[in-house]
Design a protein around this ligand. Structure first.
Ligand SMILES: Nc1ncnc2c1ncn2[C@@H]1O[C@H](COP(=O)(O)OP(=O)(O)OP(=O)(O)O)[C@@H](O)[C@H]1O
Length: 405
């Protein structure tokens, strides 16, 4: 392609060929070159068309990418609809702003409506009603079914939880007479699937209290700008349902050590935590509400949350010991048709690293083995195979054991 005219090899012998032959040879060469040129032009056209296609695809993907990278929307509440626009109040920082909206959007809005706004505070869309959001992040159970008898291997922890949560709910006068404030909240910490949620449910059951659960991660990750408000709502729902046991799972998501970064996500988490601290500090007015929080990441917690008056009982909920595992096997096989050869002591030895949730999974899986084999009685071999399967699944996917929980 870079050949110059001087470099081109001539299609005749310069010295031997006659003038006529030279012209003839050059003509033939010209024909060949012309057809090659034609061919190249066709190819170029095809390539251009292809290029256009890719260009369009690239633009589409760039657009998608931009959309995905767009900063999240913030949540606000409509305060007032005026001639000049709509007054909104942002959740989290409570800042008010006057923003213009399209006529179409204006028709859809009313005071107290929840809206999503972008960085420049323009209303992007109207959101569902608050109750829907509450329902999605809060689980309210008026009569949880778990009892202390369903929990195995956590005698000491159960005792502590009963003292700190159950007694103040059942006999508040005892604390008054003695002249001490009942402990405000307890924090349960330990590996996943060890019975932390069960403990909280069992106390609620025992005291006829409403069990209200909220997961810290949902608070901060799903509803940007609403974390603090949802914490307020959480305590409000608890007050409406007194006596209540408020269970805050994965509290590390809202109460982890402060990081240096100043991203808005962090600021949001901080605001949510501050709101939680202030609700907890308003203990006197809290009435018959007990707080139980849980975490798998004790090391991550901010010290502010551990200060006295907040969670003043820290209770470790470890994986069960041999005896505990045996009891948990017995609990989860209560309603199962277990063969005489099943030895729980041996099973507990075998599954020496299992959590309560793992043991539940072993029992369910053992039942499945029997069904696959067309039997209604579950044998020792089924349990052993089940444990092997669960271990294999767990090493393939660290979360497998929780799937049955
Ligand atoms: N000590 C236990 N005794 C009986 N069953 C248990 C025990 N621990 C766990 N389980 C079983 O595992 C399931 C999950 O337990 P639970 O939700 O209480 O764990 P958790 O500690 O709250 O876990 P996470 O940290 O993952 O939220 C329970 O529903 C129960 O079937």
């Amino acid at each position: 392609m870079t050949d110059t005219v001087d470099d081109v090899e001539l299609p005749y012998d310069e010295e031997a060929a006659s003038q006529q032959e030279k012209i003839q040879a050059l003509r033939e060469r010209l024909d060949v070159l012309e057809s090659q040129n034609e061919e190249m032009r066709d190819k170029l056209l095809d390539a251009n068309a292809e290029n256009n296609k890719y260009q369009q695809k690239l633009e589409r993907l760039t657009h998608e990418n931009k959309k995905l990278k767009q900063s999240p929307l913030f949540v606000a509440t409509v305060q007032e609809i005026t001639e000049d626009g709509v007054v909104i109040k942002q959740h989290g920082n409570n800042q008010e702003a006057l923003t213009e909206v399209t006529d179409e959007m204006r028709e859809d809005l009313e005071p107290d409506a929840r809206v999503a706004v972008n960085n420049s505070l323009s209303v992007v869309k109207r959101l569902d009603n608050e109750t829907d959001v509450r329902a999605r992040v809060m689980q309210v159970d008026h009569s949880p079914e778990v009892t202390y008898g369903d929990i195995g291997g956590l005698e000491e922890q159960m005792q502590e939880v009963r003292e700190t949560v159950e007694m103040p709910l059942e006999s508040p006068e005892m604390f008054e007479q003695v002249g001490i404030q009942p402990p405000s909240g307890v924090l349960l910490y330990g590996p996943p699937g060890t019975g932390k949620t069960m403990l909280a449910k069992a106390v609620a059951n025992q005291t006829d209290a409403t069990f209200i659960k909220m997961a810290g991660s949902e608070l901060v990750h799903k509803f940007i700008g609403e974390g603090a408000k949802l914490v307020r709502d959480l305590f409000e729902v608890a007050r409406e349902n007194e006596p209540a046991v408020l269970f805050i799972d994965e509290i590390d998501a809202i109460a982890s050590k402060r990081t240096d970064s100043k991203t808005s996500g962090d600021a949001e988490v901080q605001r949510t935590m501050m709101q939680l601290l202030s609700e907890m500090d308003g203990f006197d007015e809290r009435g018959d509400i007990r707080i139980i929080a849980a975490t798998n990441r004790f090391d991550m917690l901010d010290e502010a949350i551990l200060r006295p008056g907040r969670f003043d009982r820290l209770i470790e909920v470890p994986k069960p010991e041999q005896e505990g595992r045996e009891i948990i096997f017995q609990i989860h096989t209560r309603d199962m048709n277990v063969a005489d050869d099943v030895d729980f002591e041996q099973l507990a030895e075998l599954a020496d690293d299992a959590s309560g949730a793992d043991i539940k999974a072993i029992c369910t899986e053992a039942g499945m083995f029997a069904i696959r084999d067309d039997r209604t009685e579950i044998r020792m071999g089924d349990f052993v195979e089940a444990w092997e399967k669960i271990q294999a699944d767990a090493s393939a996917d660290g979360e497998a054991s929780r799937a049955f929980a």
